[in-house]
Design a protein around this ligand. Sequence first.
Ligand code: SAM
Ligand code: SF4
Length: 364
Amino acid sequence: MRGLYIHIPFCKRICTYCDFTKRVPKDNLMIKEYLKYLKEELFSYEKYFSSIETIYIGGGTPTLLDETDLTILLDMLKDFKNIKEYSIEINPETLTLDKVKILKKYGINRCSIGVESFDDNTLKILGRSHTKNDIYNAVKMLKDNGFTNINIDLIFAVPGQNISSIENDLKEFYKLDINHLSYYSLILEENTILYHKYKHNLFKPIDNEIEAKMYEFIINDLEKNDFKQYEISNFSKNNSESIHNKIYWENKEYIGVGLGASGYVDSTRYTNNNLLKEYYKKYRKTEEFIDKNTKFSEEMILGLRMLKGINIDFVNKKYDKDILNDFSELKKYVNNGFLAIDNGYLHLTKKGLLIGNDIFELFI
Ligand SMILES: C[S@@+](CC[C@H](N)C(=O)[O-])C[C@H]1O[C@@H](n2cnc3c(N)ncnc32)[C@H](O)[C@@H]1O
Ligand code: SF4
C-alpha cells in the first residue's frame, strides 16, 4: 500500500505564516504549463500506480485552479483503481458550486478546508483571504453536494489569541457538525512575514506556558465533545481518521509529485526542486537512501506522534532492539507519567503530549 501526494503550488496571496512551497501565479498560462510537467512527473511513477490506495491533492491552493484546470488535473488521476481515500485541500473563498460538482464527479471523498480561525481579526493577522462567511458557504456547498468526510484546519497560539478565543473557535467548529479537525499550534517559520515582524518587535509571540494551556484546553474540550485525539494535532469522530496521513505517521512509502514535494519510494526519501524553472529541468533535488537505523528513528518519532503509540514487540523484532533497555530514558518518562505502556503499546500520556518534542529528541 502506498499513498500519492500531488502538490499544487499556487495561491491567491501569501499568508503571513506560510513556509510551504507556493507562489502567486503570473497568469493562467503558468498554471497550464505546470500541469503539463506535473503530469509527466506523475506518469514517471506509472509502475507504482497499482500500489496506490490514497491520493491527497495539497498545496498551495488546489481549488485556486479554475474549473477547466481542475478538470485537467483530476483527469490525469482518473484511472487509479483501489483508492480508499481521495482528498483535496480547499481554501474557502476559492470554492464555487461548479468546482464542488467537479470534485464529486471525479470521486473525491475527503475535503480538507483551511479555516485557521473563525475570528476575522485572527484571519487578518494570518493574512488569510477569506472571511467567516466564506467558511460557512464552503461547508454548506460541500454538504449539500453529498460530501460527508470533511476536515478543517485551525491554528492556535496566534498573537492576540487567549483561551476564550480558542473556546470561540471550537464552538464555531462544533456548529458545523464536521467529523475531523487538525488543530496546529502556530510555528513562526523563518522567511515568513510573521517571523520578520517578530524579529522587528512588532508583536510578542504567545508565551510557551500559555500555549501549553491552550493545547490542554483544546484536547479536553474536544474530548468532551466526543472527538478522539489520534495524533498530536488530529482529532476525529465516527471513524474518520485520515488514511493518507496515517501512511506518513506509520512510516509507509508514498509518492510525492509536484513543485517542492517530497516522497519515500523504494527506501529512498526525495525532495523535488522548489523553483519552477529548476523543477521543469529536473524533478528531484535531493535523494537519500534510508538505512535501517534512520528508519528505526523515524518510526519511533512518527509512531509516538500517534496516540495509539508503538507496538513494542513489533519494533523490537523488526529492528533487533530492546527499546526500553536500549533507551533507558524511556523508562524514566514512563515512571514520571509522560509515557505509558498499554497492551504492549508505548504511548504518550496527556501530560506527555505537552513535552512530545523532548521525548522525540531521544531518537534524533
Ligand atoms: C499546507 S497548508 C495548505 C492548505 C491551504 N493552502 C490553506 O492554506 O488552507 C495546510 C495547513 O497547514 C497549517 N499550517 C501551515 N503553516 C503553518 C504554520 N506556520 N504554523 C502552524 N500551522 C501551519 C495550516 O493550518 C494550513 O491549513
Ligand atoms: S497557508 Fe495555504 S493559502 Fe496561505 S500561502 Fe500557504 S499554502 Fe497558500
